[in-house]
Design a protein around this ligand. Structure first.
Ligand SMILES: *Cc1c(COP(=O)(O)O)cnc(C)c1O
Length: 437
Protein backbone atom coordinates (compact mmCIF):
# COMPACT_ATOMS: atom_id res chain seq x y z
CA UNK A 1 0.00 0.00 0.00
CA UNK A 2 1.34 3.40 -0.95
CA UNK A 3 2.38 5.81 1.79
CA UNK A 4 0.75 8.71 -0.11
CA UNK A 5 -2.71 7.27 0.49
CA UNK A 6 -3.53 9.00 3.76
CA UNK A 7 -7.00 9.73 5.13
CA UNK A 8 -7.08 13.27 3.80
CA UNK A 9 -5.92 12.23 0.36
CA UNK A 10 -8.74 9.87 -0.39
CA UNK A 11 -8.56 11.17 -3.92
CA UNK A 12 -5.34 9.28 -4.27
CA UNK A 13 -6.80 5.96 -3.23
CA UNK A 14 -7.76 3.05 -5.42
CA UNK A 15 -11.45 2.99 -6.24
CA UNK A 16 -11.30 -0.61 -5.06
CA UNK A 17 -10.53 0.74 -1.56
CA UNK A 18 -13.09 3.54 -1.60
CA UNK A 19 -11.29 6.20 -3.62
CA UNK A 20 -12.95 7.93 -6.57
CA UNK A 21 -13.05 6.15 -9.94
CA UNK A 22 -10.78 7.45 -12.68
CA UNK A 23 -12.74 6.85 -15.86
CA UNK A 24 -15.25 9.65 -16.43
CA UNK A 25 -15.61 9.54 -20.23
CA UNK A 26 -18.32 7.28 -21.60
CA UNK A 27 -17.31 3.72 -22.42
CA UNK A 28 -18.34 2.35 -25.82
CA UNK A 29 -21.86 0.96 -25.75
CA UNK A 30 -20.93 -1.85 -28.09
CA UNK A 31 -17.45 -3.34 -28.20
CA UNK A 32 -17.73 -4.91 -31.63
CA UNK A 33 -15.75 -3.75 -34.63
CA UNK A 34 -17.53 -4.35 -37.94
CA UNK A 35 -21.09 -3.77 -36.70
CA UNK A 36 -20.12 -0.32 -35.35
CA UNK A 37 -19.08 0.72 -38.86
CA UNK A 38 -22.30 -0.18 -40.63
CA UNK A 39 -23.31 2.99 -42.43
CA UNK A 40 -24.23 4.46 -45.77
CA UNK A 41 -21.69 2.38 -47.74
CA UNK A 42 -23.15 -0.92 -46.49
CA UNK A 43 -26.71 0.29 -46.97
CA UNK A 44 -25.97 1.46 -50.53
CA UNK A 45 -24.16 -1.79 -51.38
CA UNK A 46 -26.96 -3.99 -50.05
CA UNK A 47 -29.62 -1.86 -51.71
CA UNK A 48 -27.82 -2.15 -55.05
CA UNK A 49 -27.59 -5.93 -54.60
CA UNK A 50 -31.31 -6.11 -53.87
CA UNK A 51 -32.15 -3.89 -56.84
CA UNK A 52 -30.21 -6.24 -59.12
CA UNK A 53 -32.61 -9.02 -58.04
CA UNK A 54 -29.95 -11.71 -58.40
CA UNK A 55 -28.66 -12.95 -55.07
CA UNK A 56 -26.94 -16.06 -56.45
CA UNK A 57 -23.29 -15.32 -57.08
CA UNK A 58 -23.08 -17.49 -60.19
CA UNK A 59 -26.22 -15.86 -61.55
CA UNK A 60 -24.23 -12.73 -62.36
CA UNK A 61 -21.23 -12.18 -64.53
CA UNK A 62 -17.96 -11.92 -62.65
CA UNK A 63 -17.66 -8.13 -63.06
CA UNK A 64 -21.01 -7.47 -61.44
CA UNK A 65 -20.90 -10.11 -58.73
CA UNK A 66 -20.32 -8.55 -55.30
CA UNK A 67 -18.88 -11.87 -54.11
CA UNK A 68 -16.32 -11.91 -56.93
CA UNK A 69 -15.44 -8.28 -56.30
CA UNK A 70 -14.92 -9.07 -52.62
CA UNK A 71 -12.70 -12.05 -53.51
CA UNK A 72 -10.56 -9.93 -55.84
CA UNK A 73 -10.04 -7.13 -53.35
CA UNK A 74 -9.40 -9.58 -50.51
CA UNK A 75 -6.81 -11.43 -52.63
CA UNK A 76 -5.01 -8.16 -53.30
CA UNK A 77 -5.04 -7.12 -49.66
CA UNK A 78 -3.95 -10.56 -48.46
CA UNK A 79 -1.22 -10.88 -51.10
CA UNK A 80 -2.50 -14.22 -52.45
CA UNK A 81 -3.55 -15.34 -55.91
CA UNK A 82 -6.74 -17.13 -54.86
CA UNK A 83 -9.65 -16.28 -52.57
CA UNK A 84 -12.87 -18.25 -52.19
CA UNK A 85 -15.71 -16.57 -50.33
CA UNK A 86 -17.89 -18.95 -48.29
CA UNK A 87 -20.78 -18.66 -45.87
CA UNK A 88 -18.95 -18.93 -42.51
CA UNK A 89 -15.58 -19.22 -40.82
CA UNK A 90 -16.37 -22.82 -39.98
CA UNK A 91 -17.05 -23.65 -43.63
CA UNK A 92 -13.86 -21.78 -44.57
CA UNK A 93 -11.93 -24.10 -42.23
CA UNK A 94 -13.69 -27.17 -43.64
CA UNK A 95 -12.96 -26.13 -47.25
CA UNK A 96 -9.36 -25.24 -46.35
CA UNK A 97 -8.83 -28.66 -44.73
CA UNK A 98 -10.33 -30.35 -47.81
CA UNK A 99 -8.05 -28.13 -49.89
CA UNK A 100 -4.87 -29.44 -48.26
CA UNK A 101 -6.12 -33.04 -48.47
CA UNK A 102 -7.04 -33.81 -44.85
CA UNK A 103 -9.02 -37.07 -44.82
CA UNK A 104 -10.96 -39.24 -42.48
CA UNK A 105 -8.82 -40.55 -39.60
CA UNK A 106 -6.03 -37.98 -40.07
CA UNK A 107 -4.89 -36.12 -36.99
CA UNK A 108 -4.88 -32.31 -37.06
CA UNK A 109 -3.11 -30.33 -34.34
CA UNK A 110 -5.10 -27.40 -32.92
CA UNK A 111 -4.39 -25.09 -29.97
CA UNK A 112 -6.10 -25.76 -26.62
CA UNK A 113 -7.16 -22.10 -26.63
CA UNK A 114 -9.29 -21.22 -29.65
CA UNK A 115 -12.97 -21.01 -30.47
CA UNK A 116 -14.50 -24.52 -30.48
CA UNK A 117 -15.22 -24.20 -34.24
CA UNK A 118 -11.54 -24.80 -35.05
CA UNK A 119 -11.72 -28.30 -33.59
CA UNK A 120 -15.30 -28.85 -34.80
CA UNK A 121 -14.25 -28.22 -38.43
CA UNK A 122 -11.64 -30.98 -38.12
CA UNK A 123 -14.26 -33.38 -36.76
CA UNK A 124 -16.75 -32.45 -39.47
CA UNK A 125 -14.37 -34.10 -41.96
CA UNK A 126 -14.01 -37.23 -39.85
CA UNK A 127 -10.49 -36.17 -38.89
CA UNK A 128 -9.32 -36.06 -35.27
CA UNK A 129 -8.31 -32.89 -33.41
CA UNK A 130 -5.19 -33.22 -31.26
CA UNK A 131 -4.68 -30.45 -28.72
CA UNK A 132 -1.45 -28.51 -28.26
CA UNK A 133 -0.52 -26.08 -25.51
CA UNK A 134 -0.28 -22.32 -25.99
CA UNK A 135 2.72 -20.20 -25.01
CA UNK A 136 2.98 -16.71 -23.51
CA UNK A 137 1.63 -15.17 -26.71
CA UNK A 138 -1.59 -17.13 -25.91
CA UNK A 139 -1.26 -18.73 -29.35
CA UNK A 140 -0.15 -22.30 -30.18
CA UNK A 141 3.28 -23.27 -28.85
CA UNK A 142 5.46 -24.55 -31.74
CA UNK A 143 7.45 -26.74 -29.33
CA UNK A 144 4.31 -28.50 -28.18
CA UNK A 145 3.22 -29.01 -31.80
CA UNK A 146 6.39 -31.05 -32.25
CA UNK A 147 5.55 -33.22 -29.22
CA UNK A 148 2.04 -33.92 -30.55
CA UNK A 149 3.08 -35.13 -34.01
CA UNK A 150 2.40 -38.83 -34.74
CA UNK A 151 2.49 -40.90 -37.91
CA UNK A 152 -1.18 -39.93 -38.44
CA UNK A 153 -0.67 -36.16 -38.27
CA UNK A 154 -1.58 -34.43 -41.50
CA UNK A 155 -1.97 -30.74 -40.69
CA UNK A 156 -1.61 -27.99 -38.10
CA UNK A 157 -4.10 -25.16 -37.51
CA UNK A 158 -2.31 -22.21 -35.90
CA UNK A 159 -4.97 -19.74 -34.70
CA UNK A 160 -4.13 -16.04 -34.59
CA UNK A 161 -6.11 -15.40 -31.42
CA UNK A 162 -7.44 -11.96 -30.44
CA UNK A 163 -5.67 -10.43 -33.44
CA UNK A 164 -2.25 -11.59 -32.22
CA UNK A 165 -0.19 -13.58 -34.72
CA UNK A 166 1.29 -17.00 -34.04
CA UNK A 167 5.01 -17.73 -34.22
CA UNK A 168 4.70 -18.59 -37.92
CA UNK A 169 8.44 -18.97 -38.64
CA UNK A 170 8.77 -21.76 -36.07
CA UNK A 171 5.45 -23.34 -37.07
CA UNK A 172 6.36 -23.41 -40.78
CA UNK A 173 9.74 -24.90 -39.91
CA UNK A 174 8.18 -27.74 -37.90
CA UNK A 175 5.58 -28.29 -40.62
CA UNK A 176 8.16 -28.50 -43.42
CA UNK A 177 10.38 -30.84 -41.40
CA UNK A 178 7.50 -33.25 -40.87
CA UNK A 179 5.71 -32.80 -44.20
CA UNK A 180 2.60 -31.28 -42.62
CA UNK A 181 0.14 -28.79 -44.10
CA UNK A 182 -0.58 -25.50 -42.35
CA UNK A 183 -4.10 -24.02 -42.26
CA UNK A 184 -4.03 -20.57 -40.62
CA UNK A 185 -7.21 -19.81 -38.68
CA UNK A 186 -7.45 -16.04 -39.22
CA UNK A 187 -11.04 -15.65 -37.97
CA UNK A 188 -9.96 -13.22 -35.24
CA UNK A 189 -7.11 -11.57 -37.10
CA UNK A 190 -8.39 -10.12 -40.37
CA UNK A 191 -5.69 -7.69 -41.50
CA UNK A 192 -2.94 -8.81 -39.13
CA UNK A 193 0.62 -8.89 -40.43
CA UNK A 194 3.39 -11.25 -39.42
CA UNK A 195 6.82 -9.79 -40.31
CA UNK A 196 5.16 -7.73 -43.03
CA UNK A 197 3.20 -10.65 -44.53
CA UNK A 198 -0.60 -10.67 -44.23
CA UNK A 199 -1.92 -13.59 -42.18
CA UNK A 200 -3.56 -16.07 -44.50
CA UNK A 201 -0.63 -15.82 -46.93
CA UNK A 202 2.00 -17.60 -44.82
CA UNK A 203 0.68 -21.14 -44.35
CA UNK A 204 -0.64 -23.31 -47.18
CA UNK A 205 -4.07 -21.76 -46.79
CA UNK A 206 -5.88 -19.26 -44.55
CA UNK A 207 -9.45 -19.37 -43.22
CA UNK A 208 -11.31 -16.17 -42.30
CA UNK A 209 -14.69 -15.50 -40.69
CA UNK A 210 -17.01 -12.58 -41.43
CA UNK A 211 -19.36 -13.41 -38.57
CA UNK A 212 -20.87 -10.57 -36.50
CA UNK A 213 -18.18 -10.56 -33.77
CA UNK A 214 -15.18 -10.43 -36.10
CA UNK A 215 -13.19 -7.36 -37.20
CA UNK A 216 -15.27 -6.91 -40.35
CA UNK A 217 -18.58 -8.64 -40.89
CA UNK A 218 -21.21 -9.63 -43.40
CA UNK A 219 -23.41 -10.98 -40.62
CA UNK A 220 -22.31 -14.50 -41.43
CA UNK A 221 -19.59 -15.32 -43.91
CA UNK A 222 -16.04 -16.40 -44.46
CA UNK A 223 -13.24 -16.80 -46.97
CA UNK A 224 -10.21 -18.90 -47.72
CA UNK A 225 -6.95 -17.49 -49.06
CA UNK A 226 -4.15 -19.38 -50.81
CA UNK A 227 -1.34 -19.08 -53.35
CA UNK A 228 -1.83 -22.70 -54.38
CA UNK A 229 -4.04 -23.40 -57.38
CA UNK A 230 -4.76 -27.02 -56.42
CA UNK A 231 -5.70 -26.17 -52.82
CA UNK A 232 -8.04 -23.50 -54.17
CA UNK A 233 -9.52 -25.88 -56.76
CA UNK A 234 -10.21 -28.61 -54.19
CA UNK A 235 -11.80 -26.11 -51.79
CA UNK A 236 -13.89 -24.51 -54.56
CA UNK A 237 -15.12 -27.86 -55.87
CA UNK A 238 -16.13 -28.90 -52.36
CA UNK A 239 -17.88 -25.60 -51.59
CA UNK A 240 -20.41 -26.00 -54.43
CA UNK A 241 -21.87 -29.23 -55.77
CA UNK A 242 -21.61 -27.96 -59.36
CA UNK A 243 -18.69 -25.53 -59.25
CA UNK A 244 -17.09 -26.32 -62.63
CA UNK A 245 -20.52 -26.14 -64.28
CA UNK A 246 -21.29 -22.68 -62.89
CA UNK A 247 -17.84 -21.39 -63.75
CA UNK A 248 -18.17 -22.27 -67.45
CA UNK A 249 -17.45 -19.04 -69.32
CA UNK A 250 -16.39 -17.27 -66.09
CA UNK A 251 -12.85 -18.62 -65.83
CA UNK A 252 -10.03 -19.70 -68.14
CA UNK A 253 -10.82 -22.95 -70.01
CA UNK A 254 -7.75 -24.73 -68.56
CA UNK A 255 -8.90 -23.92 -65.02
CA UNK A 256 -12.36 -25.31 -65.77
CA UNK A 257 -10.80 -28.49 -67.21
CA UNK A 258 -8.75 -28.82 -64.02
CA UNK A 259 -11.84 -28.51 -61.79
CA UNK A 260 -13.76 -30.98 -63.92
CA UNK A 261 -10.88 -33.44 -63.71
CA UNK A 262 -10.64 -33.19 -59.90
CA UNK A 263 -14.41 -33.04 -59.43
CA UNK A 264 -15.61 -34.88 -56.29
CA UNK A 265 -18.46 -34.60 -53.84
CA UNK A 266 -19.43 -31.01 -53.18
CA UNK A 267 -21.79 -29.39 -50.67
CA UNK A 268 -23.09 -25.84 -50.53
CA UNK A 269 -21.02 -23.31 -48.64
CA UNK A 270 -21.63 -20.50 -51.13
CA UNK A 271 -21.79 -16.84 -50.23
CA UNK A 272 -24.81 -14.85 -51.43
CA UNK A 273 -24.64 -11.56 -53.30
CA UNK A 274 -26.18 -9.76 -50.35
CA UNK A 275 -23.43 -11.03 -48.05
CA UNK A 276 -20.82 -10.24 -50.70
CA UNK A 277 -22.09 -6.65 -50.89
CA UNK A 278 -21.76 -6.24 -47.12
CA UNK A 279 -18.35 -7.92 -47.01
CA UNK A 280 -17.01 -5.68 -49.77
CA UNK A 281 -18.24 -2.49 -48.11
CA UNK A 282 -16.73 -3.57 -44.77
CA UNK A 283 -13.43 -4.58 -46.33
CA UNK A 284 -12.99 -0.99 -47.48
CA UNK A 285 -13.09 0.08 -43.83
CA UNK A 286 -10.85 -2.59 -42.35
CA UNK A 287 -7.51 -0.85 -42.41
CA UNK A 288 -8.92 2.31 -40.86
CA UNK A 289 -10.40 0.24 -38.02
CA UNK A 290 -7.01 -1.38 -37.46
CA UNK A 291 -5.06 1.90 -37.56
CA UNK A 292 -7.23 3.09 -34.69
CA UNK A 293 -7.17 -0.11 -32.60
CA UNK A 294 -3.40 -0.41 -33.03
CA UNK A 295 -2.81 3.15 -31.89
CA UNK A 296 -5.03 2.62 -28.82
CA UNK A 297 -3.24 -0.63 -28.01
CA UNK A 298 0.16 1.11 -28.08
CA UNK A 299 -1.07 3.61 -25.46
CA UNK A 300 -2.60 0.98 -23.18
CA UNK A 301 0.45 -1.27 -23.56
CA UNK A 302 2.85 1.47 -22.43
CA UNK A 303 0.71 2.08 -19.33
CA UNK A 304 0.26 -1.63 -18.48
CA UNK A 305 3.99 -2.28 -18.62
CA UNK A 306 4.29 -0.29 -15.38
CA UNK A 307 1.97 -2.61 -13.42
CA UNK A 308 4.27 -4.35 -10.92
CA UNK A 309 4.62 -8.02 -11.78
CA UNK A 310 2.81 -7.72 -15.12
CA UNK A 311 4.39 -9.53 -18.03
CA UNK A 312 3.03 -8.33 -21.36
CA UNK A 313 1.74 -10.92 -23.83
CA UNK A 314 4.71 -12.34 -25.77
CA UNK A 315 3.70 -10.80 -29.08
CA UNK A 316 5.16 -12.44 -32.19
CA UNK A 317 4.74 -9.15 -34.06
CA UNK A 318 3.80 -6.03 -32.14
CA UNK A 319 3.47 -3.84 -35.23
CA UNK A 320 1.36 -6.30 -37.16
CA UNK A 321 -1.15 -7.48 -34.62
CA UNK A 322 -4.67 -6.13 -35.01
CA UNK A 323 -4.71 -4.32 -31.67
CA UNK A 324 -8.23 -5.55 -30.85
CA UNK A 325 -7.24 -6.66 -27.37
CA UNK A 326 -4.38 -6.41 -24.96
CA UNK A 327 -3.28 -9.10 -22.53
CA UNK A 328 -0.73 -9.37 -19.77
CA UNK A 329 0.16 -12.12 -17.37
CA UNK A 330 0.41 -11.78 -13.60
CA UNK A 331 2.60 -14.11 -11.50
CA UNK A 332 -0.45 -15.79 -9.92
CA UNK A 333 -4.16 -16.14 -10.61
CA UNK A 334 -5.25 -14.20 -7.46
CA UNK A 335 -2.98 -11.33 -8.53
CA UNK A 336 -4.62 -11.30 -11.96
CA UNK A 337 -8.03 -11.13 -10.31
CA UNK A 338 -6.84 -8.33 -8.03
CA UNK A 339 -5.54 -6.27 -10.97
CA UNK A 340 -8.69 -6.59 -13.02
CA UNK A 341 -10.89 -5.91 -10.01
CA UNK A 342 -8.85 -2.75 -9.37
CA UNK A 343 -9.08 -1.68 -13.02
CA UNK A 344 -12.80 -2.32 -13.14
CA UNK A 345 -13.36 -0.36 -9.93
CA UNK A 346 -11.61 2.61 -11.61
CA UNK A 347 -14.10 2.22 -14.47
CA UNK A 348 -11.75 0.58 -16.98
CA UNK A 349 -12.96 -2.50 -18.75
CA UNK A 350 -10.81 -5.55 -18.02
CA UNK A 351 -11.40 -9.19 -17.37
CA UNK A 352 -9.84 -12.59 -17.43
CA UNK A 353 -10.20 -15.22 -20.11
CA UNK A 354 -10.53 -17.87 -17.50
CA UNK A 355 -13.70 -18.16 -15.51
CA UNK A 356 -14.99 -21.11 -13.55
CA UNK A 357 -18.49 -19.61 -13.65
CA UNK A 358 -18.86 -18.87 -17.35
CA UNK A 359 -17.91 -21.80 -19.58
CA UNK A 360 -15.75 -19.93 -22.07
CA UNK A 361 -15.89 -21.97 -25.25
CA UNK A 362 -12.45 -20.76 -26.24
CA UNK A 363 -10.89 -22.99 -23.55
CA UNK A 364 -10.56 -26.65 -24.50
CA UNK A 365 -12.07 -28.20 -21.37
CA UNK A 366 -15.32 -26.37 -22.06
CA UNK A 367 -15.53 -28.06 -25.46
CA UNK A 368 -18.05 -30.47 -24.02
CA UNK A 369 -18.77 -32.58 -27.09
CA UNK A 370 -15.10 -32.97 -27.89
CA UNK A 371 -14.16 -33.85 -24.31
CA UNK A 372 -17.06 -36.34 -24.38
CA UNK A 373 -16.21 -37.54 -27.93
CA UNK A 374 -19.72 -36.89 -29.22
CA UNK A 375 -20.38 -36.50 -32.94
CA UNK A 376 -23.58 -37.06 -34.94
CA UNK A 377 -22.34 -40.58 -35.69
CA UNK A 378 -23.77 -43.21 -33.35
CA UNK A 379 -20.88 -45.64 -33.93
CA UNK A 380 -18.18 -43.53 -32.27
CA UNK A 381 -16.73 -42.23 -35.54
CA UNK A 382 -14.13 -40.76 -36.02
CA UNK A 383 -12.47 -41.76 -32.74
CA UNK A 384 -13.58 -45.32 -33.28
CA UNK A 385 -13.49 -46.85 -36.75
CA UNK A 386 -14.73 -50.36 -37.44
CA UNK A 387 -14.88 -51.06 -33.71
CA UNK A 388 -11.22 -50.01 -33.26
CA UNK A 389 -10.53 -47.15 -30.85
CA UNK A 390 -7.85 -44.56 -31.66
CA UNK A 391 -5.29 -43.54 -29.05
CA UNK A 392 -6.45 -39.91 -28.91
CA UNK A 393 -7.86 -39.06 -25.48
CA UNK A 394 -9.15 -35.85 -23.93
CA UNK A 395 -9.06 -34.90 -20.27
CA UNK A 396 -9.72 -31.59 -18.51
CA UNK A 397 -6.13 -31.43 -17.23
CA UNK A 398 -4.35 -32.47 -20.42
CA UNK A 399 -3.01 -28.98 -21.20
CA UNK A 400 -1.86 -27.67 -17.79
CA UNK A 401 0.30 -24.90 -19.21
CA UNK A 402 -2.64 -23.47 -21.16
CA UNK A 403 -4.75 -23.43 -17.99
CA UNK A 404 -1.96 -21.88 -15.96
CA UNK A 405 -1.40 -19.11 -18.52
CA UNK A 406 -5.09 -18.31 -18.98
CA UNK A 407 -5.69 -18.24 -15.23
CA UNK A 408 -3.02 -15.57 -14.84
CA UNK A 409 -4.06 -13.45 -17.81
CA UNK A 410 -5.74 -10.06 -17.66
CA UNK A 411 -7.33 -8.95 -20.94
CA UNK A 412 -8.54 -5.55 -22.06
CA UNK A 413 -10.72 -5.46 -25.17
CA UNK A 414 -10.13 -2.61 -27.62
CA UNK A 415 -12.55 -1.16 -30.14
CA UNK A 416 -12.01 1.61 -32.69
CA UNK A 417 -14.94 3.60 -31.31
CA UNK A 418 -13.25 4.25 -27.96
CA UNK A 419 -12.96 8.06 -27.84
CA UNK A 420 -9.64 9.79 -27.14
CA UNK A 421 -10.92 11.01 -23.77
CA UNK A 422 -12.03 7.49 -22.83
CA UNK A 423 -8.63 6.09 -23.81
CA UNK A 424 -6.88 8.84 -21.80
CA UNK A 425 -9.03 8.01 -18.77
CA UNK A 426 -8.29 4.28 -19.08
CA UNK A 427 -4.57 5.06 -19.32
CA UNK A 428 -4.88 7.19 -16.17
CA UNK A 429 -6.70 4.31 -14.45
CA UNK A 430 -3.92 1.88 -15.37
CA UNK A 431 -1.26 4.34 -14.20
CA UNK A 432 -3.09 4.76 -10.89
CA UNK A 433 -3.48 1.00 -10.37
CA UNK A 434 0.18 0.47 -11.28
CA UNK A 435 1.25 3.03 -8.69
CA UNK A 436 -1.06 2.13 -5.82
CA UNK A 437 -1.89 -1.57 -6.00
C1 LIG B 1 -15.39 -17.22 -35.03
C2 LIG B 1 -14.32 -18.21 -35.15
C3 LIG B 1 -14.44 -19.33 -35.98
C4 LIG B 1 -15.73 -19.69 -36.67
O1 LIG B 1 -16.26 -18.73 -37.51
P1 LIG B 1 -17.85 -18.75 -37.83
O2 LIG B 1 -17.98 -17.73 -38.91
O3 LIG B 1 -18.55 -18.39 -36.58
O4 LIG B 1 -18.17 -20.11 -38.32
C5 LIG B 1 -13.35 -20.16 -36.11
N1 LIG B 1 -12.22 -19.95 -35.44
C6 LIG B 1 -12.06 -18.89 -34.61
C7 LIG B 1 -10.76 -18.68 -33.92
C8 LIG B 1 -13.11 -18.00 -34.42
O5 LIG B 1 -12.96 -16.97 -33.58
Amino acid sequence: MSTTATNDSRRDQLALLGGPGTVKAAAPENWQHGPNEIGKEEIAACTAALRAKVLFRFGRDAENSTVTQFERLFAKKTNVSHVLAVNSGTSALICALIGVGVSQGDEVIVPAYTYIATAAAVLALGAIPVLAEIDESLTIDPRDIERKITSRTKAIIPVHMRGVTCDMDSIMKVARQHGLKVVEDCAQANGALYRGEPVGSIGDVGAFSLQHFKIITSGEGGAITTKDRTIFGRAAVYHDAAYAFWMEGKAAPDAIEEWKAMCFLGENYRQSELHGALALAQLGKRDRILDRTRSIKRKLWAACEAIPGARMEASNDREGDCGISLAFLMPTSPQAVQVYDALRAEGAFAGTIFSKQIPNRHIYYHWDYIMGKRTPHTNGFPWSVGGKETNVKYTADMCPRTIDLLERTVVMPITQIMTDSYVDDVVAAIVKVARLL
